[in-house]
Design a protein around this ligand. Structure first.
Ligand code: FRU
Length: 424
């Protein structure tokens, strides 16, 4: 990879590698890294809309923030179509699975509010129709900027292309609820460059999305994580000694794993407001291991950088596998080197009996992990699937050095604030 020097003249870092040897240590169903079973009788947040990726309002330091006692979350959201002829099956019944699977193409950003950090009330769409420049409003991060209630929503504008964008608005509270105002002018920030981060022209299955801005607790500067793939034409990547790692005899064959090229990207802001960004080389690459490291985010704890990212079974490369869930890596400084938590990287995976029960986990600095319910086996024989499109039970994990442990389970969609801001 071609390295660059960043705006501040620092020596470029080397990306840390999630190797095939690390991934061989991933084991589903270890109780310390497995999400408790989600029961098929879960409640749904709304019978009008599906929700999936959940983005709690927070500050630039990562603290989940309420305003005037109101918690606020943003969600990727799509209408449910129980009466749309397009989603009826041959027998005239609603084909919810097809409706759910189609949701990415019509994803919109919505917000919800709550006094209790659960029992969310629907606020509505964040941006009016026509404000966002593309068909899909994909994941990102809402940042509370100040006591005036200003919010920068960073997100991904997808189809055509994939651009990291931001839009500014304001949160307004009353005794009865929360509304969002503004969010009218979307500013494009950057796209994949083809030198560090793969472009659509290099690979039609490229990923470039999910901005997560933050202030580095050590140097105080503004950075942003995002999901990417390592630049280069599809099929041209090399899975060499470094990517393979220290594997036992018999595990040298990498098959077609050159097609899996996920990375966690990082950019640094050239200005205070985060309007002008420079992409830096990835923090972490998974070439030969996995094709998607989605929604990367940090927890800063004990002076360390805990980097979390979500990934799927279906995006693993030949010869390695693991559950859908959240994976993690830890370093003593922002630019690494990062080592996989629990040896393997796996932090919280779905149990093998319910491999699709949850996804899009977000580890919060208080050790609480939120996710959404995808689908859970249901019916007497367990052969039906109940589609979720709603908040999963929150899980508590303990982060200790290079290890993590599942220690608690809470209510559906429990996202308590870590601090409250009184608006002026
Ligand atoms: C994770 C994800 C994100 C993306 C969104 C699209 O669930 O794949 O990476 O922004 O969903 O719906």
């Amino acid at each position: 990879m071609k390295s660059t020097t960043d705006t501040f003249g620092k020596a470029p870092h080397q990306p840390s590698l999630w190797t095939r040897a690390d991934a061989l240590k991933v084991h589903a169903d270890d109780p310390t890294t497995t999400q408790p079973l989600v029961s098929a009788d879960f409640p749904v947040l709304s019978d009008k809309v599906f929700i999936w990726d959940t983005m709690p309002l927070r500050d630039l330091d990562g603290n989940i923030t309420s305003v005037d006692g109101w918690s606020v979350i943003f969600t990727l959201t799509a209408d449910r179509h129980p009466n749309d002829p397009q989603y009826l099956d041959q027998n005239g019944n609603y084909d919810i699975t097809r409706d759910w699977n189609d949701r990415h193409g019509r994803a919109k950003m919505y917000y919800w509010f709550s006094r209790t950090g659960k029992d969310w009330k629907l606020g509505g769409r964040v941006m009016a129709e026509g404000v966002s420049p593309t068909a899909r409003e994909w994941a990102g991060t809402p940042i509370l900027l100040n006591e005036q209630g200003e919010i920068d929503l960073y997100y991904t504008a997808v189809t055509p292309g994939a651009t990291i964008v931001k839009v500014r608005g304001r949160v307004v509270t009353t005794e009865h609820g929360v509304s969002l105002v503004g969010f009218e002018k979307v500013k494009p920030l950057f796209e994949a460059d083809g030198k560090m981060y793969q472009t659509e022209a290099q690979n039609a299955f490229w990923g470039f999305r999910d901005p997560w801005p933050f202030r580095d607790p050590k140097d105080g500067k503004l950075y942003m994580l995002f999901e990417g793939n390592v630049a280069g034409e599809r099929g041209s990547h090399k899975v060499g000694k470094a990517e393979i790692g220290d594997v036992p005899p018999g595990h040298e064959d990498v098959g077609n794993s050159r097609y899996q090229t996920a990375c966690v990207g990082i950019a640094v802001a050239r200005d205070e407001d985060g309007d002008d960004w420079e992409m830096l080389p990835p923090l972490l690459t998974a070439v030969g291991v996995n094709d998607q490291t989605e929604r990367p985010h940090f927890v800063f704890q004990d002076g360390k950088y805990y980097l979390f990212t979500i990934s799927h079974t279906f995006t693993y490369a030949d010869g390695v596998t693991g559950p859908d869930g959240v994976y993690g890596f830890v370093a003593d400084s922002l630019f690494g080197p990062y080592v996989p938590l629990n040896g393997s990287g796996l932090v919280l995976g779905n149990p093998s009996s319910q491999p699709f029960q949850t996804y899009s986990h977000c580890v919060m600095p208080n050790g609480l992990v939120t996710s959404f319910i995808d689908s859970v086996p249901a019916g007497e024989d367990g052969k039906q699937m109940r589609i979720g499109g709603t908040e999963a039970p929150t899980v508590g994990i303990k982060i200790k050095g290079q290890q993590t442990f599942v220690v608690a389970e809470y209510d559906y969609g429990f996202i308590p604030p870590m601090l409250d801001v009184t608006l002026k």
